[in-house]
Design a protein around this ligand. Structure first.
Ligand SMILES: Cc1cc2nc3c(=O)[nH]c(=O)nc-3n(C[C@H](O)[C@H](O)[C@H](O)COP(=O)(O)OP(=O)(O)OC[C@H]3O[C@@H](n4cnc5c(N)ncnc54)[C@H](O)[C@@H]3O)c2cc1C
Length: 559
């Protein structure tokens, strides 16, 4: 049985024409040149939900229905008539489709496979704009309605549930969630299936597979995030890390014709993806959330043909001989003519014995809407004096009862931008506490109390606070490089003019030329963004470095 009211575009959206545009006959003809026309019969299934071969359809006669299987029934998501087309962002990535595509009436369609579709969006800018906008807006609608092929059953107070939510959200994958704290019946159901407390959260993937407290990699595997990608093919450029710098390198590299593969250990966006609002990035006068920026960059990189492997980090660099190879977790060695290291940095952890007990269960390293919902009308602590801490404090102050901003120094002027300091001063909900550090965390399953010390007086204070956001100092993600490239005293990668003659001699630099700007002590291997010694630790500079490095990649490939 099918509910016959299509859900997309939703009745409330003002962008129906952009979500489901009707192409002109001239535009349809241009698409037809990349595909084949075929007749379809009423009820004929053109693509099953979960099928691996991504294909794109334009209707020329009759109509197509997009239908989501729900248990024994079906839900009609959209109906496309003549001039309309199927697809959303999954198609660009070559991932499995989320719904059945079938003919609602007999008619004719143009069928285009993914390779030809990518060729089309790279060469036809008018169609590229229409298709990309529709694909992105359709994905936004799917997310807003919680559609998709994933159901997450867990408690919103559980660190692992939060991790999975963030992973799916940052990968832009629609899901629906059932909160165990609010649905006692579901707990009974889990008991019935002998799913123990330690197995929660449970992820029901594609309606078929039940994953118990899965790792991000297991989720990526189950949803087929990486299955369309040949991981053994020699690439012109392998980029390690999909934060702003890696994504910028991917967009520039792929758009300039390089064969680009990106490896990301978690989800696209990097640190910027954990920012609620970036206000100093050029072109976004009212700010942009890190997730939105990352999602756009991710789609842009895919549009130009870059491929991204998600939830598989680089474990080691095989740097003894060329081509180099990057060893990935549970995967083959990925061979590369050139490499850009864009692995960024992570926040320093507080040195408290029981910290790991509360990570994700009261202690967080990012402040996005997911975390803000958890601490609405409660008191929170933000630790750190940099821009990221300032931003988190200002953002959380919109919904939290009070935000205690703790720093060990005596002020913010040296570490934070003026505009953020002003906002903090103007926000009645933010209490700035200089010379202060957390000395103890208390609780059992979830953080319950925080004790901090004023370092000038030695006074201790304990507060009933269940949420601490740690944004203090960064450590570079360079452990996996294991001596392949020269590092500075803090573990950041040295590049270009920062490499001394001694560094180059120690690295046995083999070429007559000096290293290019952003090139490491290993020829053809570059470092960009926060992982690079002396970088500015800003989104704009990370994006700039990722783009600039590609120019030198071209030079190395022609050497
Ligand atoms: C909360 C917050 C707010 C911020 N706000 C602003 C702001 O308003 N304005 C501004 O200009 N800057 C801001 N910043 C700083 C900015 O986000 C960073 O400078 C920028 O993200 C650096 O980009 P990057 O690509 O170099 O590294 P990252 O963003 O750190 O990305 C590195 C990526 O590499 C991946 N990775 C790590 N190791 C491996 C591995 N071994 N294999 C594969 N992948 C790996 C990581 O998972 C990550 O996705 C903020 C940072 C944070 C945390």
């Amino acid at each position: 049985m099918t509910d016959k009211t299509p859900i997309i575009p939703s009745a409330t959206t003002s962008r129906a024409d952009e979500i489901v545009p009707t192409l002109t006959s001239a535009q349809v003809a241009r698409i037809a040149a990349h595909g084949r026309r075929r007749q379809v019969q009423r009820g004929e299934v053109l693509l099953e939900a979960g099928e691996r071969s991504a294909r794109f359809f334009v209707v020329t006669a009759g109509n197509i229905e997009i239908v989501r299987p729900v248990c024994a029934t079906e839900q009609l998501i959209a109906v496309y008539g003549p001039g309309m087309f199927t697809g959303e962002v999954n198609l660009l990535a070559g991932r499995r489709g989320l719904a059945h595509i079938r003919a609602g009436e007999a008619g004719e369609v143009i069928e285009v496979d993914r390779e030809h579709l990518l060729g089309l969006v790279q060469t036809d800018s008018e169609l590229s704009d229409i298709l990309m906008r529709a694909f992105i807006l359709r994905r936004v609608e799917l997310i807003a309605h919680g559609f998709g092929d994933v159901v997450l059953v867990g408690s919103s107070h559980c660190a692992e549930t939060l991790r999975i939510k963030e992973f799916l959200t940052r990968n832009g994958h629609p899901y629906s969630a059932i909160d165990l704290d609010r649905n006692a019946d579901v707990q009974e159901l889990l008991d019935h299936f002998h799913i123990a407390v330690k197995d929660v959260p449970v992820l029901i993937c594609r309606g078929e597979v039940v994953l118990r407290n899965p790792t991000n990699q297991q989720i990526a595997d189950c949803l087929g995030f990486n299955e369309a990608i040949d991981q053994t093919q020699l690439r012109d450029l392998v980029i390690v890390g999909a934060g702003p710098s890696g994504l910028a390198a991917a967009v520039y590299g792929a758009s300039e014709g390089l064969d680009v593969l990106v490896l990301e250990s978690n989800a696209p966006g990097g640190q910027a993806g954990s920012s609620s609002k970036i206000e100093n990035y050029l072109g976004f006068p009212t700010g942009v959330s890190g997730q939105e920026l990352a999602a756009r960059a991710y789609t842009q990189a895919q549009k130009f043909g870059a491929q991204l492997i998600i939830a598989k980090g680089a474990k080691q660099l095989a740097c003894e001989r060329k081509p180099y190879a990057v060893e990935i977790a549970d995967g083959p060695r990925v061979p590369a003519r050139t490499i850009i290291i864009a692995t960024g940095a992570e926040y320093r952890r507080l040195s408290l014995d029981n910290l790991s007990q509360f990570e994700g269960a009261g202690v967080y390293y990012g402040a996005t809407f997911i975390e803000a919902q958890l601490c609405r009308d409660e008191e929170v602590v933000v630790v750190g004096g940099g821009n990221s801490a300032g931003q988190a404090a200002v953002f959380l102050a919109q919904t939290a009862k009070r935000v205690h901003l703790l720093v060990r120094s005596d002020g913010l002027a040296e570490t934070m931008s003026r505009y953020l300091i002003r906002r903090i001063e103007q926000s009645p909900a933010i209490v700035f506490q200089p010379h202060t550090e957390i000395v103890a965390l208390e609780g059992s399953n979830h953080l319950k109390r925080v004790c901090w010390r004023d370092n000038r007086t030695g006074d201790l204070e304990t507060h009933d606070i269940s949420h601490v956001f740690v944004m203090a100092g960064a450590i570079p993600n360079t452990h996996w490089l294991d001596g392949c490239v020269a590092l500075d005293a803090k573990g950041f990668i040295k590049t270009g003019p920062d490499l001394s003659p001694e560094d180059l001699a120690a690295a046995h630099w083999p070429l007559a030329r000096a290293p290019h700007l952003l090139e490491t002590s290993l020829p053809g291997v570059f470092a960009v963004g926060d992982v690079r010694g002396g970088s500015l630790k800003r989104v704009a500079s990370a994006v700039g470095e990722g783009s600039i490095a590609v120019a030198f990649v071209h030079q190395v490939l022609h050497e």
